[in-house]
Write a new protein. Structure first.
Length: 253
């Protein structure tokens, strides 16, 4: 297994001979605009109201990011996880539309069809297969006050690989605890910048949630993702590192 952080929740993962691109948000820096451009999305803290997103560029060109990818895996259809055009209501303009894409529900299937993708699959709670790799859809709760739309996590399993848990956009909750107990992952990727919106509360994990993850699955390697790219984040890599160091789990983390 090789996990390469691209930007935000976008990961390039080599797993059992396949290359997966997770939540491909490949827009140029600032291309999505700021929260001031989306008045319905009320920031809990309006300090960064006019900060344009993505807040940083890709580490290398989008063509290199998608090169050799066998499938795109989308945990949910939000504009900081997948490039979307609000005018045409299409997305994934930097992606190869002939590469298979996997999504969580029929609504997202229809969006991908409208966007021109040729091979679209739906994750299953009982497991779907890419050759001999099993991908299992697991629950995610995308907000402390109420969910900010549907989201999911993913378990990747293969006889020759460690079990990988992509928690997706979720807070720490009983569903996450149950996923850990059932699948006992060896590696966990947690979206952890504590982003929040006024109507939904905190949308993803914070340092306290990471401690809960660590305590519930102490032998797993934890990776903090979804950092330093969106304006509604409450934690940065630096502040998260400081908090985890004070909590005494940074070395384990």
């Amino acid at each position: 297994m090789n996990i390469q952080q691209i930007r935000n929740a976008t990961l390039r993962i080599e797993y059992a001979g396949k290359i997966f691109l997770i939540d491909p948000w490949l827009a140029k820096k600032g291309a999505m605009g700021s929260f001031a451009d989306f008045p319905d999305s009320k920031m809990s803290d309006p300090t960064n109201l006019h900060v344009k997103m993505p807040m940083c560029e890709l580490p290398f060109p989008a063509e290199e990011v998608i090169s050799g990818v066998n499938a795109y895996l989308l945990t949910h259809l939000h504009p900081d996880h997948f490039d979307m055009d609000p005018v045409t209501m299409t997305g994934g303009h930097s992606l190869d539309k002939n590469t298979p894409i996997w999504v969580q529900n029929d609504t997202e299937v229809n969006f991908m069809k409208h966007s021109g993708f040729k091979h679209i699959g739906i994750f299953s709670e009982t497991g779907t297969h890419v050759d001999d790799i099993t991908i299992i859809k697991v629950p995610a709760i995308h907000g402390t006050e109420k969910p900010c739309g549907p989201a999911c996590g993913l378990i990747l399993k293969h006889p020759s690989e460690k079990t990988l848990y992509l928690a997706g956009d979720t807070i720490w909750c009983e569903d996450v605890r149950n996923t850990l107990e059932q699948y006992k992952p060896d590696v966990i990727v947690a979206n952890a910048c504590a982003a929040s919106l006024l109507d939904f509360g905190r949308l993803i994990m914070d340092d306290h949630d990471l401690v809960s993850l660590h305590d519930a699955c102490p032998t797993a390697a934890l990776i903090a993702s979804h950092m330093d790219t969106v304006a509604h984040a409450a934690l940065t890599r630096r502040t998260l590192r400081e908090k985890l160091a004070r909590k005494g789990i940074l070395e384990d983390f």
